[in-house]
Design a protein around this ligand. Structure first.
Ligand SMILES: [Zn+2]
Length: 141
């Protein structure tokens, strides 16, 4: 990275969009996709923020714009989601965006979703058939 980059972004400390300077980047190792995280420093209050490059790449259609159910992917535990993806949870009747991905020590894949009504919730994803059959009790004939 040769050039200094500036972006306009909502600063959590200033509570408004400020000019932010790119100060560094970080690569997450344990995910299949290289979800790059970048450090930006607010030129106003000098606080640094770790931002997701994918999230930044998403075009913003106005602040506080509601997610459209129609464009959201219906949540299902056997699917794999990406950060920034809009999903709809049928049971909860709520829409949200995937803000993070985790993999727990026992190999379970999980996503953190920022729902419009419920707030942040953790959901499991990428549940394979083999895991499901383990739960089902086999009754001998
Ligand atoms: Zn600031």
């Amino acid at each position: 990275m040769a050039k200094t980059k500036y972006i306009m972004h909502d600063c959590a400390y200033c509570h408004k969009p400020t000019k932010m300077e790119l100060v560094g980047q970080m690569q997450t190792e344990d995910s299949e996709k290289p979800a790059q995280k970048v450090w930006y420093r607010c030129t106003r209050c000098k606080h640094s923020a770790l931002l997701d490059r994918q999230t930044l790449a998403q075009p913003k259609n106005g602040t506080g714009a509601k997610l459209d159910k129609g464009v959201c992917t219906h949540y299902s535990k056997d699917q794999v989601f990406t950060v920034g993806q809009a999903i709809y949870h049928e049971e909860w009747d709520d829409v949200g965006k995937v803000i993070a991905k985790q993999k727990t020590s026992d190999g379970t894949h999980a996503i953190t979703v920022a729902f419009e009504k419920l707030g942040e919730r953790k959901l499991i994803e990428h549940v394979t058939a083999s895991v499901e059959t383990e739960i089902v009790q086999v009754v001998p004939a």
